[in-house]
Design a protein around this ligand. Sequence first.
Ligand SMILES: [Zn+2]
Ligand SMILES: [Zn+2]
Ligand SMILES: [Zn+2]
Length: 346
Amino acid sequence: MGELRRDPIVGRWVIVETETPLIPEMFEKEEHRWRGNECPFCYGNEDKTPPEIEAMRDPKTKPNTPGWQVRVVPNKFPALQIEGNIDRRGLGIYDMSSGIGAHEVIIQSPYHHKEIPDLLDEEVQNIIKMCCRRAGDLKNDKRFKYILLFKNYGPSAGASLEHPHIQLIALPMIPKNPAEEILGALEYFEFRERCLFCDMLRQEMQEKTRIVADNMYFIAFCPFVSRFAFEIWILPKVHHSFYCDMSPAEVAGLAKILKDVLLRLRLMLADPAYNFIIHTSPINQDGELSHYHWHIEIIPKLTRVAGFEWGTGFYIVSTPPELAAKYLREAEVKEGGNQDVGKSRD
Ligand SMILES: [Zn+2]
Ligand SMILES: [Zn+2]
Ligand SMILES: [Zn+2]
């Protein structure tokens, strides 16, 4: 028997497996198998990517040479093209538009084998700062309405290159998932005159059962209406609708909690593949929204979406978020650096 829970943001229902939940040992482990070709994102291979858009680099070095800490390049196989006009047209009942957008790759660091949990706090801060710099730049392009930042980790999460990177896509429309969240949050705000996410934050801080990690500026928790086992959200404690309005102290707080949470996932679930996405307010619209609150959603790839989910839009979550949070809190995280996969699993 499960428990039905309704998401207060978009109204989605999930079934939480409360009686026979899956615990970390029970998920199928997936080896990350890579093709092992020469890596275009490594130091010294700068000429193997399209020319860089921007980089944090030693001022004595030239673009497209070594000497960088974070490097941004256009995606070699972009989903959307940067040049051109948005030509919207109809084909009978169908709406179409030319595929205009920006598709960039943020190479997190020169280290091929260091993911976010293995980097220094400062290095993670640099990645966050670069994400914001790019978003700040693309915001000036009036053709775009939304900037999506996301990460695919592991081949089964859709990553095609092993070298740690984040992707950025600027879109000429607001995509459906954030649009639905923004609308749901607006309805809540009009009714209660409060931000739904700020309310969620207060309740999670009070109940504490779903919290994974917490610092002065951010909270990480397994949402009450998780869609996936071990889903984690990171929410800023100060209300902002756009993720780039962070102070340096907030950037440091985000770097710390992101490192911590990704390390806990790695330790507790033997380095699972995952996606993370940043949900934020649109650009070139009304500016700061009091009803929407930006956040990061981290979704480990532990189970597959099956017919029931496709057929209903319901999700079946095999581990209650309260139990997932307990496991993640109890992962043995040691300060400072490289920890082997699955160490705390015995
Ligand atoms: Zn590499
Ligand atoms: Zn808020
Ligand atoms: Zn969201």
